[in-house]
Design a protein around this ligand. Structure first.
Ligand SMILES: *[C@@H]1O[C@H](CO)[C@@H](O)[C@H](O)[C@H]1NC(C)=O
Ligand SMILES: *[C@@H]1O[C@H](CO)[C@@H](O)[C@H](O)[C@H]1NC(C)=O
Ligand SMILES: *[C@@H]1O[C@H](CO)[C@@H](O)[C@H](O)[C@H]1NC(C)=O
Ligand SMILES: *[C@@H]1O[C@H](CO)[C@@H](O)[C@H](O)[C@H]1NC(C)=O
Ligand SMILES: *[C@@H]1O[C@H](CO)[C@@H](O)[C@H](O)[C@H]1NC(C)=O
Ligand SMILES: *[C@@H]1O[C@H](CO)[C@@H](O)[C@H](O)[C@H]1NC(C)=O
Ligand SMILES: *[C@@H]1O[C@H](CO)[C@@H](O)[C@H](O)[C@H]1NC(C)=O
Length: 773
């Protein structure tokens, strides 16, 4: 998934190749909130006056400004030298100055909403369900930061929809192949942001790679938009007829607004991914807040964790959450190693990815008669006969480095040695679809893609350009052993088909980024997991199912995998909850989603990882999304904008994000934020934290606490009983956590437990993660 050539490109220091001095690069200069009534011109003039303080000439100052953020975010983006940045950061009014980050999604639906138990999605006669209660998300506005949208897709039809909500202030920005008629009562807004991208590369967008408009070239943005709010479309399937059925988004009547911020990597194959620049994303979030979105879905992550004060997404999200806009972000696709998360600010819902219960069995039969499980959605079939089988590592051209033989990287295979054969390739470097292309180029008959140890048994489906199937790590080893054991290895691949009720499901995707949260270890992240493996949804007709330049097929629907796909599932759930509970805060909605999540799979067993090991809250947060239960959580852990500012005061010496707010003399521990989960890093002896719950269930109710303490830690909750007499009533309790003296062996390791408030109907569950000093 992670693509090394992309990574190495982006780990270089960020230097624009522009006409400006080489030492200049795009920075964000951030002031917090706008204060008082100022016209847009006055705001821009103020920003200029700051720039003028560090720039030599007026012209220099005007020329270096990229964006002036004017709606809610007070700040600007400009070309600065490191010295100029330092000077600005020393000024009183300035909260932070940071170089614009480049972000991306990692390379990486019909079934996912049924799998989530949202059954009235398709059958409208079922008038009891969540969708019906939420009126399908009608009049909730979901904004997405992504690669644009394919407006002609039936998923974005506005047939039968009422007028655009009166509160909406957004626009339909005209550009290449996109005019005002491309917005409708479904897609109510569309904008695009290119200035940061063009500044970053010092060159204009290559218009043969993308549209200078909100139109989606890549496919990613159309995919995420349709998962969140696509209409019901019947008779949809992927190439080859896989996963046929009806597709629809989670909130099929919600309004969508696309903020296009992600663009192609210049001179790279589109299959290698996209890039999204912080200064563009801040401009988009500032507009989305001004336009009046209710929910923001951001399937974009950084390569490595970034401090809140230096993170455009975190800053934009804080401004959004202040206005009770729910912000859901993907956790990242850098798993399964520890500490690989992005988007960890506590005002964001951070979403991991897990599987659904649909599989595409396509087994391999070896020459010795042994059958090996495989899965495939390749739209091409082999003849029903045995083919010669070769391991790619035994069929490379001279000069391929030893450590990457077997990986089928471009131009690595010898046509002579693979012609007409089934080729076993291993994952590692390079894209999955790129490996298929290499086998095809060299004249192979089919590909078997074998997982590496890190991928375990999780099989990600791609629409290859030739027949093929994917096998897990252990099975790849078995095929290798067989190849080694015989002079004339042979095999055949049975064509794939879709089956439902695969078990176990869900399990955590191997690519899903995991905790601990390295920016603030006293908050558990991710918050939740949702479907993100092999999701079928809308695609750009300008792209191909593999995104490879060499692939000329065009599709309306396609599979994709990643935390990019799980994030809009949570955004859609938030939209449904907003429709049912319009007065709930962003924190209340997050709490409802987290405390009702499940930690069991469809076999009734605890959730596992792709490799089969047991999963924990650093993999799945509070558990797997259950939208129906989230609508009726019983109690919620609420938090206000001020609570987040207090949290920032206490969070490991970080400077606050709002200059108008003064931290108290003694700041509370970050663990004390009223969060629906609890993390204590380096517990020394005993610690007590406060929590407050708000009754949102029935009027009169009595809740009892139960505790599953982490190994080696004692946990006490006081009081153990909370009685409520009305809706909206708040009650506080304390949690006291004490390390048992004998447990020195768990030092530097996290141990996990749970506490649950229950009134017999609602079970309000919170995970705990504790490490000892
Ligand atoms: C927008 O473009 C479409 C073609 O894609 C065209 O049919 C339509 O008339 C245009 N609308 C406007 C307002 O220009
Ligand atoms: C633009 O992209 C196309 C297709 O990738 C490529 O052939 C062309 O050389 C690019 N143009 C420039 C100016 O980079
Ligand atoms: C975050 O900020 C802290 C304190 O300013 C600093 O020590 C740390 O290196 C920063 N971490 C990152 C990832 O930028
Ligand atoms: C990827 O390629 C790099 C450079 O050749 C190499 O160091 C690394 O080990 C490779 N990774 C895998 C997983 O093969
Ligand atoms: C195949 O056999 C050779 C020689 O016995 C051995 O060196 C190699 O490690 C084996 N490869 C695998 C994948 O088992
Ligand atoms: C918890 O709440 C109590 C009562 O409001 C207060 O006295 C105490 O200082 C709080 N503790 C912390 C750690 O914030
Ligand atoms: C734990 O707290 C005690 C008493 O406050 C202190 O002396 C000790 O240094 C602390 N240990 C660590 C590892 O922080």
């Amino acid at each position: 998934m992670a693509n090394l050539s992309l990574l190495s490109l982006l780990l270089l220091p960020l230097l624009p190749l522009s006409a400006y001095s080489e030492r200049q690069q795009p920075y964000v200069v951030y002031f917090g909130e706008h204060s008082g009534e100022k016209t847009l011109q006055e705001i821009e003039d103020t920003h200029h006056s700051f720039l003028s303080c560090v720039k030599k000439t007026e012209e220099d100052s005007r020329g270096s400004l990229i964006y002036s953020y004017k709606n809610s975010i007070n700040g600007f983006a400009a070309f600065l030298t490191p010295d100029e940045a330092t000077k600005l950061s020393e000024m009183d009014e300035v909260v932070s100055v940071f170089p614009s980050q480049a972000k991306k999604w990692s390379l990486q639906t019909t079934r996912s909403w049924e799998f989530l138990g949202v059954k009235d999605r398709i059958d409208k006669s079922k008038r009891e369900g969540l969708m019906h209660k939420a009126r399908y998300g009608q009049d909730v506005i979901v904004g997405l930061l992504d690669s644009g949208i394919w407006p002609e897709s039936k998923s974005f039809s506005d047939e039968g929809m009422g007028p655009v909500p009166k509160s909406w202030k957004g626009i339909c920005q005209v550009g290449d192949a996109f005019n005002s008629s491309h917005c409708n009562r479904k897609l109510i807004g569309a904008r695009y942001y290119l200035k940061g991208y063009e500044a970053y590369y010092g060159a204009p967008l290559n218009t043969s790679m993308d549209f200078r408009s909100p139109r989606d070239h890549d496919g990613h943005g159309s995919h995420t938009s349709s998962i969140a709010g696509g209409r019901l479309v019947h008779g949809v399937s992927a190439l080859g007829g896989f996963a046929g059925g009806t597709v629809s988004g989670g909130a099929p009547l919600a309004r969508l607004a696309m903020y296009k911020v992600c663009w192609p990597l210049p001179n790279k194959d589109p299959s290698e991914g996209n890039i999204c620049i912080d200064v563009d994303m801040l401009a988009a979030m500032d507009d989305a807040i001004g336009d009046g979105v209710d929910v923001l879905s951001i399937s974009i992550g950084s390569f490595s964790p970034v401090n809140y004060t230096n993170d455009g997404i975190a800053i934009g999200a804080l401004h959004a959450v202040k206005r009770d806009i729910v912000v859901a972000c993907s956790a990242g696709n850098n798993g399964p190693g520890p500490g690989t998360l992005s988007n960890v600010a506590p005002w964001i819902i951070t979403v991991g990815a897990s599987s659904i219960d649909r599989a595409f069995p396509s087994p391999v039969v070896l020459g010795n008669g042994v059958g090996i499980q495989g899965q495939s959605v390749a739209p091409y079939k082999l003849e029903d006969k045995m083919y010669p089988l070769v391991y790619a590592g035994d069929a490379v051209v001279p000069g391929v480095p030893k450590n990457i033989v077997g990986q089928c990287l471009p131009d690595s295979l010898s046509s002579e040695k693979v012609k007409g054969k089934i080729v076993l390739c291993l994952r590692g470097n390079g894209t999955r679809v790129g490996k298929g292309l290499e086998v095809k180029r060299a004249g192979g008959a089919a590909i078997i893609l074998g997982n590496s140890g890190l991928n375990g048994n999780e099989l990600t489906m791609d629409s290859y350009l030739l027949p093929g199937t994917a096998v897990g790590f252990d099975d790849a080893k078995r095929i290798l052993d067989y190849i080694n054991s015989t002079k004339k290895p042979m095999a055949k691949i049975v064509p794939g088909k879709s089956v439902l009720n695969a078990k176990p499901a869900p399990y955590m995707a191997g690519f899903s980024s995991t905790g601990p949260n390295v920016i603030e270890p006293n908050i558990i992240k991710p918050d939740i997991t949702a479907p993100g493996v092999n999701i079928l949804a809308t695609w750009s007709e300008k792209s191909s199912p593999t995104k490879l330049l060499a692939d000329h097929r065009s599709v309306k629907y396609n599979f994709d995998s990643g935390t990019s796909m799980s994030c809009p599932h949570v955004a859609a759930t938030a939209a449904l909850l907003k429709a049912i509970h319009p007065s709930w805060s962003s924190a209340a909605i997050r709490s409802a989603i987290m405390t009702t999540a499940t930690t069991r799979n469809n076999m009734g067993k605890p959730l596992t990882n792709a490799a089969g090991t047991s999963a924990n809250p650093f993999n799945y947060g509070s558990g797997h999304l259950d939208p129906t239960k989230a609508a009726d959580p019983g109690l919620v852990y609420d938090a206000s904008y001020t609570d987040y500012l207090l949290f920032l005061c206490g969070s490991s010496g970080l400077k606050g994000l709002d200059p108008a707010f003064k931290c108290p003399k003694v700041s509370p521990s970050a663990s004390n934020l009223n969060y629906p989960s609890l993390a204590i890093s380096k517990l020394n002896g005993t610690m007590t934290v406060n929590r407050t719950v708000t009754n949102v269930g029935g009027g009169k109710s009595v809740y009892f606490a139960s505790i599953i303490p982490p190994l080696g830690v004692s946990v006490k909750i006081y009081p153990r009983v909370l009685s409520f007499s009305r809706v909206g009533e708040k009650k506080s309790f304390t949690i006291t956590v004490k390390a048992k003296d004998s447990q020195v062996h768990i030092r530097d390791e996290y141990v996990f437990g749970w506490y649950i408030w229950s009134d017999g109907i609602h079970h309000v569950r919170s995970p705990m993660a504790i490490s000892l000093a």
